[in-house]
Ligand binder design. Structure first.
Ligand code: C2O
Ligand code: CU
Length: 477
């Protein structure tokens, strides 16, 4: 196929309008305002989350090894995976706000890797972006990650090299940072959602970044697991009030779990508490996203079984079962922890974006298809410059314009942001994000106040899209 023919074919299948030049319109420079409304917006943000890490109360040390392993998973006696400490999902690191976290990480893979602490506002040098914040960790080498989490919440960690393969093969784990004084839930439960593409030989399908993956929403698997199991069962007692932490660790799949049968409220998104508890149903958990729920099992639920299904796709997919035992225990009564200060930022919709990203695809690059931001595909060796320079402490607006018919969960390292508008309409979402799902042909604007200096990556968390170029760097100084 000729190059032009290939481009046309890609454009047809992806349904993209391959436009050149219109991106210039979106690279809108910040304008100077008399009596800058941004100062007011920054003031309104004050106290939402803190610039500095809390005083260190204790040091928590962990050791993590990435290595090939054979596990009894998905019904196979020996599924060949790559695993942190020999398990998939990897170990859950549970610390408390005020702990200093030290992770001695050793690479026992046959290729370079790093660990990125997704959603954690780490010092830039601990962010795990190869050749930008640290050299890759070579086979046999050890690198010590050392940071003091600034926020409590549900976070996760994963490689940031060849991540479409390394994460898919099993390299990911959860970091739970508990509040300094955790609310007295009966229990704290983690559900790591993932999907796997399993081949006819009952092993992980060994071709990555395929043309199919790149033309669609990345690699979607044929086996769905919760905590590495196809038939996860959570047994609870009637009366229990649990905190259920969800993570989407899939390469490309979005989950919309249906909790409508339960007394469940969402309390935190991407780690941080929301301004108020909100209905969890319909929430779309895109790759990288976390959602924390506050679930109470009523005494009349005794002996009941709840089947939690995913409703993102046309036909519902079973995710897990919650079985309520006959035993009844008293319900812990305490106010919802979802009462964070989330700025409303009214009027922000009218401000001009500081940077805009036009998202699209074209033929070319190492995989035959490239995913681009403003017409540029980020090189796999990370040798590109940065696309925006944000000022520490200044209220900032970013705009994402999805020209393609595919979806793109956009993740910004080191910062949280609030969605301001969707397709030009102001929205009132009572929470911050570190990853926001941009739907087909959608335009989203977000507001943020950068508090953490450094070079931070901004990329699509559909890992195949990222590998094929949909990444850029954002400087904060
Ligand atoms: Cu979870 Cu840069 O990624
Ligand atoms: Cu994408």
């Amino acid at each position: 196929m000729s190059k032009a023919g290939g481009r046309r074919a890609a454009a047809l299948i992806l349904g993209t309008a391959v436009t050149v030049g219109s991106c210039a319109l979106l690279m809108l420079a910040a304008v100077h305002w008399g009596g800058d409304p941004r100062n007011l917006l920054a003031k309104e943000f004050a106290g939402a989350y803190l610039a500095a890490a809390p005083a260190v109360r204790s040091v928590r040390s962990f050791e993590i090894q990435a290595a090939p392993a054979e596990l009894a998973l998905l019904g196979s006696e020996s599924l060949h995976v790559w695993a942190y400490n020999g398990q998939v999902p990897g170990p859950t690191l549970r610390v408390r706000l005020g702990d200093r976290v030290q992770v001695a990480f050793t690479n026992r893979l046959a290729q370079d890797t790093t660990i990125h602490w997704h959603g954690v506002r780490v010092p830039n040098a601990m962010d795990g972006v190869p050749d930008v914040t640290q050299p890759p960790v070579r086979p046999g080498e050890t690198f010590v990650y050392d940071f003091v989490p600034k926020d409590a919440g549900t976070f996760w960690f994963h490689p940031h090299i060849r991540s479409s393969e390394q994460i898919e093969r099993g390299l990911y784990g959860v970091l739970v940072v508990e509040d300094a004084e955790p609310p007295p839930y009966s229990r704290d439960v983690l559900w790591v959602l993932d999907d796997w593409l399993i081949g006819a030989d009952a092993q992980i399908y060994p071709e990555f970044n395929t043309r199919h993956d790149l033309m669609h929403d990345g690699r979607w698997g044929n086996v769905i697991t919760v905590n590495g199991r196809r038939d996860e069962v959570l047994v609870v007692k009637a009366g229990e009030r649990i905190r259920l932490r969800l993570l989407d660790a899939a390469n490309g799949r979005v989950f919309a779990p249906d909790f409508s049968e339960l007394d469940a409220k969402a309390i935190a998104v991407d780690g941080l508490y929301a301004a108020r508890p909100f209905d969890a149903n319909g929430f779309e958990l895109a790759p990288g996203n976390r959602l924390d729920l506050d679930v109470t099992f009523r005494s009349e639920d005794r002996g009941r079984e709840f089947r939690i299904v995913d409703r993102f796709t046309r036909s519902p997919i079973p995710l897990a079962t919650i079985r309520v035992a006959d035993e009844v225990v008293p319900t812990p009564r305490f106010p919802s922890p979802a009462r964070a200060h989330i700025p409303a930022w009214r009027g922000a919709a009218d401000l001009v974006p500081d940077a805009g990203y036009l998202m699209d695809a074209r033929a070319g690059g190492p995989f035959g298809i490239e995913w681009t931001l403003n017409g540029e595909a980020f090189p796999r060796d990370h040798s590109a410059g940065h696309s925006a320079e944000l000022m520490l402490g200044r209220w900032t607006k970013l705009r994402f314009v999805n020209q393609s018919y595919r979806i793109h969960p956009m993740h910004l390292h080191g910062q949280f942001f609030r969605v301001l508008t969707r397709n030009g309409r102001p929205v009132d979402e009572p929470y911050f994000h570190d990853t926001v799902l941009v739907h087909s042909q959608e335009t989203i604007e977000v507001g943020l106040v950068p508090l953490d200096p450094g070079m931070w990556m901004l990329h699509c968390h559909i890992l195949e899209h990222a590998e094929a170029g949909m990444m850029t760097m954002v400087g904060v100084h």
